[in-house]
Write a protein that binds this ligand. Sequence first.
Ligand code: C2E
Ligand code: CA
Ligand code: CA
Length: 832
Amino acid sequence: MRPGAHWKLVLQTILLALVSPGSRVKHAAMRPDGHMDASPTRALLLAFGHPVVDQYLACRVRAAQIASIARLTPLTVFANVVNVVVVLPVLAQALPFAYVIAWVVAAMSLMALTTIKWFLSSRSPIELASHRALNAAVRHATFLSLLWAVVPVAAFMSGNVNAIWIASCVTTGMICGGGFALATVPQAAFRWVAILYAATVVALVIDQSVMMWPLLVLLTSYTFVVIGSTTAAGWLFASHFLAEAELEKNGDLIALLLNEFEETSSDWIWETSSTGNFRNVSDRFLHASGRTRPELHSMRMVDLAYSLDSEDARAQVAGLEEAISLQKSFREIVIGLAVNGDERWWSIAARPVYDDHGSFTGYRGVASDITEARRAEKLVTHLAEHDSLTGIGNRSWFLNQAEDLLAEQVKGGQNTLTLFLIDLDNFKVVNDTSGHPAGDELLRQVADRFTAISEGRTSLARFGGDEFAALGRFVSDQAASAFAEELVNVARKPFRIGNRDFAIGATVGFTRLRGAGDTVDDLMRNADIALYKAKESGRGRALAFESAMEREVRERRELEADLREAFEFGKLSVEFQPIVNARSGKVISSEVLVRWFHPTRGEVTPDTFLPIAEHAGLILPLGNWVLRKACAAAAQCPDLESVAVNLSAVQFMDPNLVSQITTVLDETGFPPERLVLEITESVFLRDSGAAPEKLKKLRNLGIKISLDDFGTGYSSLSYLRKYKFDKIKIDKTFVDEIGERSDGLAIISAVIALAHNLGLEVTAEGVERRFQVDALRTLGCDTLQGYFFGKPSANPMHIMQAASEDWDAQEQEPVPDGDDDTQKASAAVSAN
Ligand code: C2E
Ligand code: CA
Ligand code: CA
């Protein structure tokens, strides 16, 4: 209560209430709509009848004010009657008899009227009162006080000491008693007090015999105390009333909001008794739970949570049970439950409720059905974590799993974690020969087989293309190795797609966690190194990572840097190896071979550094450079019919290949008819469909295409039919078998016959010995190449002369072990 802070307003109000009860104070706190901001002031103004609240509330306040005075009516009537009786002798002495009668009649009829009013109102209490009703009450009090004002004036006029004594006591009592009785209607109380005070002052002034000043001071001070107290009581009364109204209004608002909430949102309120059973079940709750009200009344939230028999539905039930058993509040607990046989998910929150005595009466909270949101979320996570083609995990999911498992192992001081990388062999062949739908189907079947053996042992994922990965705990190297072998074996069995069987296979590289220092990146890199080595040493097998491999990889990286530098600084060179006509013995062509002399390692073979160049993205400029060198050199040797240049698969896949070659031919002035390009089968394994078109373009330019290393890949014959070539080069391994294996010659003979049948020219590579030359010539081989005729040499002119000169001599002169070789050759040819 701080009406003191608004003393000006209080004073103003009081004065106005005394002078003119109907008028109103203007105050800044009062808004144009009659509402006040500051509630203490508001209560005060309300007590004095100012319209600071809405009409309805004002009516109710007035009714309450009147009712609170009315409640005291029996007491006030009794006090008045007693006082009338007591003051009668005083009045009888001081006033003429008729006046006394008139006074008594007036006082008593007022009492009678008051009693009747009270009697009526107590039978039907009023709830609303108009301004007029309140003014009537004020008038009533004013009139009564005027009656009592007669008493002191009459007594003091009479001068009788006894009368003065009685009148003084009665008036003082009246000021105090009436003031307090009328406190809830300050306007009335003020009038009452003011009138009696004024009458007493008049009386004191009339009778000069009494000590006027001390009595006046006393009277004034009492009056002030009564006025102050009355103001406070009136203010308190209005404050309570306002607070109550506010509460009531808020209560209505809450109820309104709750209704709204229940009707519009997907959430609902739930409540339990102290035993945990649901109570006051709303319609929405009923609907959401799919149960009947009596059913719910006999259930608890955990009973609902246990209605769905699935593991993740119960994941948070333990938390719920614990919170409930400790009577703690909880939020965002997700439970799964069965609703009419359907799986639904609710997010629930609640707090415990206590009664006035502080004892627990149950829970009250909200629940929302989050099933749809959860489904959508699950779908999104599934899409983000799974490979859409095979349904198994994808790379990012796999790496997350790996991080989690690794953290777990590090924490538990274990190192059983093993990572497998799996590459399918020959997958491309299926894709190429039977189309992408078949390829997709194959990947699905592979995933199914891997899943079947991984179940419960490893997490499986597809990284894209034909790469898979698995991750699991294996107690020993043997166990890990056995699983890797299983992966290889399961992929080895043929796959049936449509009505065809496909034999593919898989190569696996794997690594086990070595120590706490290993990261997922380390595992991935090591498994990749092992996979690389496994592929290198002939696919279709599993290989565990070893530290030595790492060294190799490091060296490889160093070599890569060196190669880049060597190429940039022009440290590479080319050599020419003669290819001779098998009939005339003349050098008719030359194969160009790239060379790298490393400052510390010495000669590095192309077989070593070319894969590195491919990996480092150097092969295109390097190949172009070789081609330019070859064409430029061959252009200077008009006797050389052609020059053969090797093309790696990566070069062949370059979409700009044809234009690059034509540019080089144009710039060097070398005719395309004299260029032979040697390609191997690896080109077709990597081809995505452009190869036949490219071959056709090159051949249309007049360039010849030679299939190198013929016989080393297993599907060579099918490629011969599918793609158009000009030549084939029989690999050195077959030439080596002449005279060593009984069927060596038979194979070469068959290949030559087949090639000729297809209109292809045949070159034999790696011819080192005389009997090989003889045998190959006898079998009708067209051209020969090998150390027998000359090693690769830096000078193209030199190789031409040397080989041409030597040919006839070699045929006549027996070479040192010539006898043996001649016998071997003739034996081989006659055996054929
Ligand atoms: P290739 O095309 O089969 O080349 C023939 C390889 O056999 C060459 O090895 C050659 O030096 C070697 N050789 C020739 N005659 C004999 C012989 O009588 N006995 C023995 N033991 N070997 C003989 P090199 O130069 O080490 O090349 C290896 C492979 O590197 C080549 O095999 C070719 O595929 C590739 N290569 C070489 N130079 C280039 C090039 O400039 N570009 C591309 N893309 N590949 C090249
Ligand atoms: Ca070659
Ligand atoms: Ca070759």
